[in-house]
Design a protein around this ligand. Structure first.
Ligand code: SF4
Length: 258
């Protein structure tokens, strides 16, 4: 199996490892991945060297497709647990992300008031008040932190432009706990450099960071599908359990998805 791109705005519902029955929303273009990270494990493949101008799906089209799909599910008695923003890259890069979150809340309240709204984000846009406020409105604001050591972030996440973990920490604290941290653990090699964010130094600094953020929960998982770098490997369940244990000792709630 190779990496893949979604070719729809609304996809699913699918059974998600972490979220339950999930209806997905892909706000990014169909034909290419659009992200300001370049994670070595990204299921969508590699990011282009720089973010080129893109034409995003309009608010009107997203609203129409979402409402049509929710009506269809409702009429067919298909219950969903969550509406999840994911897809071909970073959803918060959509210029009208805030408007789309508001219309999604409205549609959710109309058709499936018990469903959560989740956003899987790399957190690079949380310094923008509109993005921050929108993420603060939803139930599952799931933000990626794979490492807090700058060299490892460069190696695993390959951010385009400046990414500063200390500024990210300050912004994360402003959620006052209304944030879920997701961390993907991975081992292997990339360009002959060892990849391992499960080492003692990684975990010690990561826990220290989490204690300052005080997240609602931490989701820990490992690779499950094909990755652009072929020399990566899954982290075994025993290691994930040890990491979960470490979180428990530090009074941080966790969830393993192996
Ligand atoms: S942040 Fe997500 S979409 Fe972007 S490169 Fe990483 S895994 Fe892929």
């Amino acid at each position: 199996m190779s990496t893949f791109l979604f070719d729809e705005i609304i996809f699913g519902p699918v059974k998600s490892r972490r979220l339950g029955i999930s209806l997905g929303i892909n706000l990014l273009p169909y034909n290419s991945k659009f992200c300001n990270f370049n994670c070595i494990y990204c299921e969508c493949g590699w990011t282009k060297d720089k973010l080129e101008k893109q034409s995003f799906h309009s608010v009107e089209v997203v609203e129409k497709e979402l409402n049509n799909k929710l009506l269809d599910l409702y009429n067919n008695n298909i219950i969903i647990d969550v509406i999840t923003f994911a897809g071909n890259g970073e959803p918060t890069l959509h210029p009208f992300f805030d408007v789309i979150i508001d219309l999604t809340i409205k549609a959710r309240n109309k058709f499936f008031p018990k469903a959560n709204i989740a956003v899987l984000t790399n957190g690079t846009m949380i310094s923008k008040p509109k993005v921050f406020n929108s993420l603060n409105k939803i139930e599952q604001n799931i933000l990626k932190i794979d490492s807090v050591i700058p060299e490892t972030i460069q190696l695993i996440n390959g951010p385009l432009g400046n990414y500063n973990i200390n500024s990210t920490l300050e912004n994360l604290k402003k959620f006052n706990g209304n944030v879920i941290i997701q961390t993907l653990f991975v081992k292997g090699y990339y360009n002959n450099v060892v990849v391992d964010n499960t080492s003692e130094i990684e975990l010690t600094s990561w826990i220290d960071f989490l204690l300052k953020v005080k997240p609602n929960k931490v989701m820990i998982y490992t690779i499950a599908r094909d990755t652009p770098v072929k020399t990566l490997e899954k982290v075994n369940i025993e290691t994930l359990e040890k990491i979960a244990n470490l979180l428990t000792i530090n009074n941080i709630k966790s969830q393993i998805s192996s």
